[in-house]
Write a protein that binds this ligand. Sequence first.
Ligand SMILES: *[C@@H]1O[C@H](CO)[C@@H](O)[C@H](O)[C@H]1NC(C)=O
Ligand SMILES: *[C@@H]1O[C@H](CO)[C@@H](O)[C@H](O)[C@H]1NC(C)=O
Length: 451
Amino acid sequence: MATNMFKTNLIEKVLFAIIYFIFSTTNTTKAFDTSSCASQPDLTIIPIYGKCSPFKPTPGPWADTIINMASKDPARLDYLASFVARRKPGSSAPTASGQVFNIGGYVVRARLGTPGQLMFMVLDTSTDEAWVPCTCCTGCLSTSTPFSPTASATYGGSITCSATKCYQGRGAQTCPAGPGSTSACIFNQSYGGVMFSATLVHDSISLARETISKYSFGCVNSVSGGSIPAQGLLGLGRGPLSLFSQSLSLYSGVFSYCLPSFRSYYFSGSLKLGLSGQPRRIQTTPLLRNPRRPSLYYVNLTGVSVGRVRVPLPREFLAFNPNTGSGTIIDSGTVITRFVQPVYNAIRDEFRRQVKGPFSSLGAFDTCFEKSYERLAPIMKLHFEGLDLKLPFENSLIHSSSGSLACLAMAAAPNNVNSVLNVIANLQQQNLRILFDTVNNKVGIARELCN
Ligand SMILES: *[C@@H]1O[C@H](CO)[C@@H](O)[C@H](O)[C@H]1NC(C)=O
Ligand SMILES: *[C@@H]1O[C@H](CO)[C@@H](O)[C@H](O)[C@H]1NC(C)=O
């Protein structure tokens, strides 16, 4: 009797919880309660169109948002390919001008200067430098919240063009008055086809409770050919100007993130900086260093399985080659995983063999099929040296907004001269903790529901 009562009670509680959940979520949709968002000094990773992001979306069906965002991947891949060191100045021509370039799907909160000026900066693991629009900026979005150097007591002014730090940045301009000059360090960059010019300055930056003093970052003075992220970008690459290179004593070159599901409009993931709080036991794969592309996190992808089949892939398309830049990187700014064409074709063909057609295309996805055949969809595995990553279905399939189609959520890299790079992207990283140890050259991956 007592057990029965307990059971009834439990069922009631569960029902109540479900109803309460439905009620509270519908309620939040209406009230758009962001009060819990901005107050804490934490390191949540916020989907750029999520509830706690200041970049208000037209939420719409999330599948449409992803398809729209994925359509900008080719410009992203071009950007990644442009990293070959020692390009001739001015040779990085804009590739897709005139658009708002919503690169990167996630933002984190940082405070620049003293008192801290709150910025929602795009997280970018393939860029070293951080940059923010400054008050003087011409061509910046009118909606951007610029950083005001004059309002900061710790603003350290610009770095000179002859300082080592200056030419560690991409697109650094030569000193107008020759070496030894004390003019400001200016760098011009193309970010996804949008040109901007910034002065390298220094001031403190606070992430959660920690402050890095004299952090060097770009103060954007002018933008042309489109828009850059409205509150700047935080570079988490591994080159000399990145956050980790500038904070070695604080974070020991270690960080991890867990990206929330794209669907989780109400939720956030987390960024963890430094050794504390990192998973102790985690499978790892070596991090490879390409001196010609020092910002990028290269890993050794050795194969891909579709269901039980290990897809035969031509070795040369997976092999790491520092000279050509070929190989595989993990990136937080590309929306869907891109394989070079021959690799993608082989994976896709095997996938199609195991699922029932006919197949249609939707945006960047060329393997969409009737959702009722989804039960036939094989599990995909990415094999890295020393680490096998089994992709949960939410990381390998995407549904159309109408819900009638399911698509293989990967694509081929754009077919141009630079396509030698395989990119493991956001959608495939959802709800995984990805740990980067830049000192011991390791990447760890573990399943974590961080929604
Ligand atoms: C860098 O950008 C500034 C501002 O747009 C421009 O005046 C300058 O000519 C650019 N330099 C180069 C080498 O493109
Ligand atoms: C990648 O892993 C394979 C298999 O373990 C190995 O033969 C190869 O040397 C590795 N490549 C690099 C660049 O470490």
